[in-house]
Design a protein around this ligand. Sequence first.
Ligand SMILES: [Zn+2]
Length: 147
Amino acid sequence: MKCPFCGSKELKVIDKRESDEDTERRRRECISCSKRFTTYERVEMLDLKIVKKDGRRQPYDRSKILKGIITSCEKLAISSEEINKIVDEIEAELFRMESNEINSTIVGDIVMKHLKKFNEIAYIRFASVYRQFKDIHDLEKELKSMK
Ligand SMILES: [Zn+2]
């Protein structure tokens, strides 16, 4: 198990309790970044499923988010370290929802929110693919909303 914030494997359990559906909840603290998060013994983070628009469920795949962001950041002066940090933040937000099924539209919105804070061009690129802008007016509207 790794820290969803920094990826460190050095974690300590700070509190252990049983929850309703005999799933063991654990509060963990990361020794390197000292952030805290909850994990479940059975409903592991890796059991997260993404619900697509057509109702199909796919196992959560970090590399898909990573790929989308790498594409949006192409030719911008953004290091892979920075990209990984954004993915970590997005992932941390997904895990904080403490749900084992999340709609793909929610994932897309979270990705956009983080990219918006980080780099406007990368954000616009991602949004134009994700929201499938119909024409230039949609893009203009989006640009205006950022000001
Ligand atoms: Zn950490």
